[in-house]
Design a protein around this ligand. Structure first.
Ligand code: ADP
Length: 561
């Protein structure tokens, strides 16, 4: 399909989706500064032009009408005076001719008035033998003369009256007009009303032409103003749009992007400042990255360097500890302390080396199909002694997770050991439940304790390096504050997640989720992270057990056998 055809198809599709137009316009209004500015400018200038248009049209209309009316009144006054004169003179000369006097009056009026629509009507309708016959020339327009005008004309002898009426022109079209009326007196007979109608069609035509021109000019002005505002706004928003796009790319980590700069105006200054800021950020990030690299190397080098002397010290401490019975009590106690602290030191060094390996990106997984449920049972069994020391019962609930999944068992075992160690350490002597379950995408292991728990702000920092919730808490298995950070690194290396739920006084729940296949993007843990209100009920999944209260009392939760 050619691009023209494609464009046409897209246009037809757009036309068909007319129901979504209001929504699209609303979205455009919210998103596009250019659209908003052009619409506001066009609407405001349209209103201003409309007001000016109405005002000008009315002023021109009034002016045209008034001048035509004055002309008509003058013309009618002149013609009426001449008609009166004709009447007076012809009746004086020949009284017998009174009935036919209107013939000469009509010719006088025709000659003197610019209109040929003339009517002469009798005021007094009583029959008279010598009264001339009323007449109306130029069509039957005289029917349009209202009774009101006739009453007014009949009421005053010298006054001129006028009224707007509709006339029919030569082609039969209705045109606006004005009729002027005044009394004339036929000597010896009485008063007659003389009406002369004037055609205002020419004035109406002029007005129509002027209004048409005003419409045309108004619409052309609105279009020109719209186009100008679009061009002006575009010249401003295009560089702003580019700056916004560039800053988004910068925020996404592309530190080398810069804004194009043209000219020397305010926008160019903005662009230059933006680029200077980007340069400065790039330099600082590079410096920080270099510094961080130096620090990582330092930690790695120091850990390596310490390893050899520490091994020697540990061997020596082992020997001394083995012979502490032969030492005096003070020296024996010192040997015990030395042994314990050297062991702690060794754990710290191992953790530090592991962390520096993560930082250097040199960690390789040794993958083999492993059953997470069996692995969990092994770890629980190996830590039974520690749990017993804390008076803690560790229970494994594994409705799923038996089928082998690709993982590095050494690292996963380390994660489970860490989670279980923490649960035992912070479990306050209450049972710990290890849950393993799976679905078609993932396998998961949750370690739930009912101990102290953590506040929300602590939960957010729990995976930070060297962070501990409360340094004053009793520490028995000698943590370094690196365990969870390493566990999270292990989970991520597998493409999995390590999530936490914790509430003060209700305990904690750590859930490790591993994908069944590498590359699964969004993982929903098959074991719920937030145990919800049914948390204590879960304790009874295998058999009813008693959960001791803070004050030592036991509460039977009952359970699903
Ligand atoms: P450590 O070696 O100190 O245990 P971790 O990284 O494993 O280091 O844990 C960091 C901190 O998180 C611990 O010191 C403890 O304060 C808190 N923490 C970890 N697990 C739990 C838990 N189950 N209950 C309460 N606090 C916990």
């Amino acid at each position: 399909m050619t691009s023209a055809l494609r464009r046409r198809a897209a246009f037809i599709r757009w036309l068909r989706s007319w129901r979504r137009w209001p929504e699209q316009v609303a979205r455009l209004w919210l998103r596009s500064l250019r659209f908003r500015t052009v619409v506001v400018t066009v609407v405001c200038s349209s209103l201003a032009i409309l007001v000016a248009w109405v005002w000008m049209a009315l002023a021109i209309q009034n002016d045209l009408f008034q001048s035509r009316r004055t002309e008509a009144l003058d013309d009618a006054a002149r013609a009426t005076a001449a008609a009166q004169e004709t009447l007076d003179s012809s009746v004086q000369t020949d009284t017998a001719q009174v009935r036919n006097v209107f013939t000469s009056v009509a010719s006088t009026l025709n000659r003197l008035s610019s209109s040929d629509r003339i009517a002469m009507l009798r005021v007094d309708s009583s029959p008279s033998a010598n009264a001339p016959v009323p007449f109306a020339l130029g069509g039957d327009w005289d029917r349009e003369v209202s009774d009101e005008l006739r009453t007014k004309v009949a009421s005053a002898a010298d006054l001129q009256w006028w009224q707007s009426i509709e006339l029919t022109d030569d082609r039969g079209a209705r045109v606006p007009g004005i009729v002027v009326g005044q009394q004339v007196t036929v000597p010896g007979v009485g008063a007659y009303e003389l009406y002369i109608a004037y055609d205002l069609g020419a004035a109406a035509q002029t007005l129509g032409f002027v209004q048409g021109t005003l419409w045309f000019v108004g619409i052309a002005l609105i279009l020109i103003i719209g186009a100008i505002s679009w061009i002006v706004v575009r010249s401003i928003t295009a560089p702003i749009g580019q700056a916004a796009l560039t800053s988004a790319q910068l925020a996404a980590g592309r530190l080398d992007v810069r804004v194009d700069i043209h000219g020397d105006d305010e926008l160019a200054i903005l662009g230059r400042s933006f680029n200077a800021m980007a340069d400065s950020i790039q330099t600082q990030i590079k410096e920080l990255a270099d510094l961080s690299l130096v620090q990582q190397r330092f930690v790695s080098d120091v850990s390596h360097e310490l390893r050899t002397p520490l091994t020697t010290i540990r061997l020596a401490a082992d020997v001394i500890n083995d012979h502490r019975a032969e030492l005096n009590p003070v020296a024996g106690r010192a040997a015990e302390l030395l042994y314990a602290q050297v062991q702690r030191f060794e754990v710290l060094l191992t953790d530090l080396l592991e962390i520096s390996r993560y930082d250097a990106g040199s960690v390789q997984l040794e993958i083999e199909p492993t059953s997470l449920a069996h692995l969990a049972e092994d770890v629980v069994a190996s830590m039974q002694e520690l749990a017993a020391q804390h008076g803690i019962e560790v229970r494994v609930v594994a409705p799923g997770g038996y089928s082998p999944v690709d993982m590095d068992p050494r690292r996963v075992r380390r994660v489970v050991r860490n989670l279980l160690g923490n649960a035992i350490e912070h479990g306050e002597g209450r049972p710990v439940v290890v849950t393993v379950d799976s679905d078609q995408d993932a396998v998961a292991l949750g370690v739930r304790d009912f101990g102290l728990g953590m506040r929300e702000e602590d939960t957010e920092r729990v995976f930070d390096r060297f962070w501990r919730a409360d340094p004053s808490r009793k520490r028995t298995i000698g943590g370094t504050g690196l365990g969870l950070s390493i566990a999270l690194g292990d989970a991520r290396l597998h493409g999995g997640t390590l999530s936490v739920w914790s509430a003060p006084g209700r305990g904690s729940n750590f859930v490790l989720t591993l994908p069944r296949r590498a590359g699964s993007t969004t993982l929903v843990p098959p074991v719920p992270v937030d145990p919800g209100d049914a948390a204590t009920e879960d304790l009874g999944m295998t058999q009813p057990i008693g959960v001791p209260d803070r004050d030592g009392a036991r509460t039977d939760t009952g359970g699903r056998a």
